[in-house]
Design a protein around this ligand. Structure first.
Ligand SMILES: *[C@@H]1O[C@H](CO)[C@@H](O)[C@H](O)[C@H]1NC(C)=O
Ligand SMILES: *[C@@H]1O[C@H](CO)[C@@H](O)[C@H](O)[C@H]1NC(C)=O
Ligand SMILES: *[C@@H]1O[C@H](CO)[C@@H](O)[C@H](O)[C@H]1NC(C)=O
Ligand SMILES: [Zn+2]
Length: 906
């Protein structure tokens, strides 16, 4: 059944690839990347499949004539990129995973030559509408503990299954006795490579969610009123059973006792000094009713605390709404006097530490979130980021670079310790930073990221970026965030591969084993990670290392050509139940010389065939003839052979073809983006541009087709064709060009990059641009200054900002109010369309992006111009009438490509 499906999809891929590969040279126009309505890509793909099969017939009918047709050629080159990627997206739709290499390089040496590491972007609790949730415990292999999965080989007669990871033979337990070929348990269905288990006995473990609000009061009255109204809205939306606490801070920290009837009461702590757990519990009168235990760790009701005392600080939302709202209403701006040449005394670090310690004592191990609302820089206590003296500026990237930021390392160290405490307790830190100035996101990053917290950065508590994002956090229904807690992520895989680490929102549990590489990237030295907080979108980036040394010999190949991963995610579903999600994946190693793929079922064997056609002149291609025939590829297709030989007369290495077929350029650039960001933070003297350029040149000379020293002969397979453009845009992105932003902004952008899936990350790296005009419907436009025209509207989505840009003529008409006149309906519609599309983007994104509406030549237009390829600059003569130029000395993509081709062919 599987084989069939892939057979058919691939069969018309054959046409597509053959036709396009003839025409796709390495030229600029082929780099249009269609993000238009990426949300509906799947539907489009389905439509397109129908179109394709029609087109397929046409191809077969009169191929030679047709592929000369200009329009046909364009049609294919336009859809090609999507098509190549669609396959990887289908795999993602089944398992929530994208891999940079879907065919694994065969040896350590070969993997190093591939430059982009073997890696996976995995979304552990991505929602799948049809995922089965099995009401029983999983069956595990008795040797390696991996879980029964569709890749296990089952002997129905003997009631035995063979573990694909360690080849152990396992007996089925008695309750599997009825298993037969056509009576399979769901976990063995071939399509359920991702499945969930929920043991029914676990109800007792369902504890209410806990929210501890930590609120900055050193903000001006106006901000204070914005914040109060946002918070009281949030409190309305809290689930009734959740527990709520409140801490406010300025120069002092106030822990509010909400369960004290109608008189607001709070306990006050000095902000300048960290408070120990004993001091905190003592001062909060925790031991009045129940004496302090003389030994052992105090942890919740079970160990040392009375529930009445806990309930003074953490109350069910339904009981304390009134108390909470009245405290908020009374909340005053911090009364501490601030001199005009001074910053406010703000002890963010102490307040967060007190919040963490209080939660650690009261509700250890339960899914609790500290939600910090911070309106300015911390200036007091152990985690100050700047002095109170206003004439001393807050650290910039330059200061960090020169290591002249005196507060930075101390504050980071403080938050690193706090993150360890929170991870140990299983609690999350969410950060809402709203100020014109920096508040210390860069220092707080470690604590937010390791606990899987949410982060929102806005310039005011009154801005929609903050208000709407906060509402989304508590919103329930279809577009909720799916906040979950108490996650543990584990991995196991076949031998010859190791895990270097994860770049993403999680913390290493230091569970060392044979799987761990000595080279650590991100959170490493472990095969298990804590994810205190995770949601529907949380995506981890796993970096692997191939450790296979020898040239694989043919006999070993035939037994272990397939490679397996198993990802286990234990988490507390928002129903309160503990669940286990199991994803088991299979990919294959690059086939060794002489080996023949035994099975046609596996995903990429057909792509190989397609690629084999491209090198029919080469020896390896001929070897596969029998395979080709057995798969029934028809003579019609083979009719293209002679054409191909002449057009594509370049001989490629066989393993290259395998690797190329499995290369997912989108996933690859997202991995490179996370890696380069990580290296910039960790490695002193790291030069990101040089590193990216070297990597790209290496990839191009390894996988490109060219004659040595002939740049004009250079071309790339469609699988790689957008990769240079992605890297070009990554070089120009906020992740690499950090000097245009503050350290807080950079930390923010990177935290979001590090938690998003491939599709969203691509938008951050290479924004999408759609053009609207009277001449044509909305269509994707090249991310280039040439896209600007007086009679066009452009919609730029750069993830954090959505820009609607009116060309000069459009802006004029709009200012004249034409769209209000009945005879200019069409113009009104033209104005409306990008607004609707922008709203659709904003509605489903978290954090909510900033919307900028601007006109050509207006000052806000910079939000668009900064993202465009500077093909026309003030010092070039290629000016389009009605178009625009960019004042920059950056190289354009054409120049970049030119250099790349020259260097790659050397
Ligand atoms: C992972 O699988 C290997 C076999 O490939 C096994 O030896 C090992 O014990 C497993 N590790 C874990 C942590 O389950
Ligand atoms: C603030 O800093 C400036 C320059 O760094 C210095 O001249 C001034 O004396 C400082 N003011 C106080 C109150 O410390
Ligand atoms: C990526 O994440 C976004 C936001 O969570 C989601 O809407 C989208 O469907 C995801 N894309 C894929 C391909 O999973
Ligand atoms: Zn096993």
């Amino acid at each position: 059944m599987w084989g069939c499906r892939y057979y058919f999809t691939k069969l018309w891929r054959v046409h597509v690839i053959i036709l396009t590969s003839i025409y796709i040279s390495f030229s600029y126009s082929n780099f249009i990347y269609d993000f238009y309505h990426s949300k509906t890509k799947k539907e489009k793909r389905i439509e397109r499949s129908a179109e394709f099969s029609k087109e397929g017939d046409r191809v077969e009918a009169g191929a030679v004539e047709l592929y000369r047709e200009e329009s046909y050629r364009q049609y294919f080159s336009r859809t090609l990129e999507n098509w190549g990627m669609a396959e990887f997206m289908d795999l993602e739709a089944q398992d929530g995973v994208r891999m940079a290499w879907n065919v694994l390089p065969g040896t350590k040496q070969e993997a190093n030559n591939c430059v982009v590491p073997v890696s996976a972007i995995y979304t552990p609790i991505k929602p799948f509408p049809t995922i089965p949730v099995l009401p029983y415990a999983p069956l595990r292999c008795r040797t390696c503990r991996s879980i029964l999965n569709p890749f296990s080989i089952v002997d129905f007669a003997a009631k035995i299954w063979i573990c694909p990871f360690c080849f152990q033979r396992n007996h089925f337990p008695p309750h599997y006795a009825s298993i037969t070929d056509d009576n399979l348990p769901a976990e063995l269905f071939p399509q359920y490579t991702t499945i969930e288990y929920e043991s029914p006995g676990d109800k007792s473990s369902s504890v209410p969610p806990v929210f501890m609000f930590v609120v900055d009061t050193c903000i001006i009255e106006e901000e204070m009123s914005f914040l109060k109204s946002a918070l009281s809205q949030a409190i309305d939306l809290l689930p009734d059973n959740s527990l709520v606490g409140l801490i406010t801070f300025g120069s002092l920290v106030h822990v509010h006792e909400l369960g004290f009837g109608h008189i607001p009461k709070s306990y006050v702590f000095k902000g300048s000094k960290d408070v120990s757990k004993d001091q905190l519990l003592e001062q909060l009168n925790f031991f009045l009713k129940k004496p302090k235990p003389s030994a052992g760790v105090i942890a919740g009701v079970r160990d040392g605390l009375s529930s009445e005392t806990i309930a003074r600080f953490l109350l069910p939302a339904s009981d304390c709404e009134f108390a909470l709202n009245s405290v908020l209403e009374e909340l005053q701006k911090d009364p501490w006097p601030v001199q005009p040449d001074q910053r406010a005394t703000r002890c963010t670090g102490t307040a967060l530490s007190i919040a963490a310690t209080l939660l650690g004592a009261c509700v250890p191990g339960s899914g609790a979130r500290i939600m910090a609302f911070v309106g300015g820089p911390s200036t007091e206590g152990p985690a100050a980021i700047v002095s109170k003296n206003l004439s001393e500026p807050i650290r910039s990237h330059k200061d960090l670079d020169k290591d002249s930021a005196p507060y930075y390392h101390k504050a980071v160290k403080f938050y690193d310790a706090l993150s360890k405490q929170l991870v140990h307790q299983g609690h999350v830190l969410d950060l809402f930073a709203c100020a014109l100035d920096q508040v210390g996101v860069a220092e707080l990053k470690v604590a937010v990221e390791k606990t899987g917290g949410l982060v929102v950065l806005a310039e005011s508590f009154g801005h929609s970026v903050f208000k709407d994002s906060l509402r989304r956090v508590f919103h329930s229904g279809d577009s909720d965030l799916g906040l979950s807690s108490n996650g543990i992520f584990e991995i196991n895989c076949s031998k010859d591969i190791k895990v270097q680490g994860i770049i993403g929102p999680c913390a290493s549990l230091e569970k060392k084993g044979p799987l761990c590489s000595d080279t650590v990237v991100g959170q490493g030295s472990t095969s298990a990670w804590k994810m205190c907080g995770l949601d529907k979108a949380t995506s981890l980036c796993l970096i692997f290392e191939i450790v296979k040394k020898d040239i694989p010999d043919a006999t070993a190949q035939s037994t272990s050509n397939q490679f397996y991963f198993q990802f286990l995610t234990y988490y507390q579903h928002n129903s309160g139940q503990m669940r286990l999600r199991v994803t088991t994946l299979s990919r294959r190693w690059v086939a060794g010389p002489g080996s023949i793929q035994a099975s046609s079922v596996f995903l990429f064997s057909l792509i190989d065939l397609v690629d084999t056609y491209l090198c029919l002149g080469c020896v390896h291609g001929r070897k596969r003839k029998s395979e080709r025939e057995s798969l029934g590829i028809t003579a019609r297709v083979l009719g293209f052979e002679s054409k191909l030989q002449t057009v594509h007369g370049i001989v490629l290495r066989h393993d290259n073809l395998d690797l190329i077929a499995g290369f997912d350029q989108e996933a690859a650039v997202v991995v490179m983006a996370r890696l380069v960001s990580f290296k910039m933070e960790i490695e002193a003297e790291f030069d990101p541009i040089r590193w990216l350029d070297k990597a790209l040149i290496h990839v191009c000379s390894r996988f490109g087709d060219f004659q040595k020293d002939s740049p004009s002969s250079f071309s790339l397979s469609p699988r790689f064709s957008i990769f240079p453009q992605f890297i070009f845009n990554l070089r120009r992105s906020q992740f690499v060009q950090v000097f245009n932003n503050s350290p807080d902004e950079t930390a923010y952008f990177r935290m979001i990059l590090n938690r998003e899936n491939v599709t969203n990350s691509i938008v951050m790296i290479q924004p999408s641009l759609i053009s609207y005009s009277f001449h044509s419907g909305p269509e994707p436009a090249l991310l280039d200054v040439a896209a600007i025209a007086a009679d066009r509207i452009l919609l730029l989505d750069s993830y954090f900002t959505v820009v609607i840009f009116h060309g000069a003529t459009i802006a004029q008409w709009r200012k004249a109010g034409y769209h209000h006149q009945p005879e200019h309906q069409a113009f009104a519609q033209l104005l409306r369309a990008p607004r609707d599309d922008a709203d659709a983007i904003i509605k489903e994104r978290f954090p909510v992006p900033r919307l900028v509406i601007c006109d050509q030549h207006g000052s806000q237009a910079r939000f668009l111009l900064a993202k465009l390829n500077p093909s026309a600059t003030y010092n070039s003569d290629a000016r389009v009438p009605g178009g625009d130029i960019i004042f920059t000395d950056d190289v354009s993509f054409e120049v970049f490509l030119d250099h790349l081709q020259r260097l790659a062919v050397q």
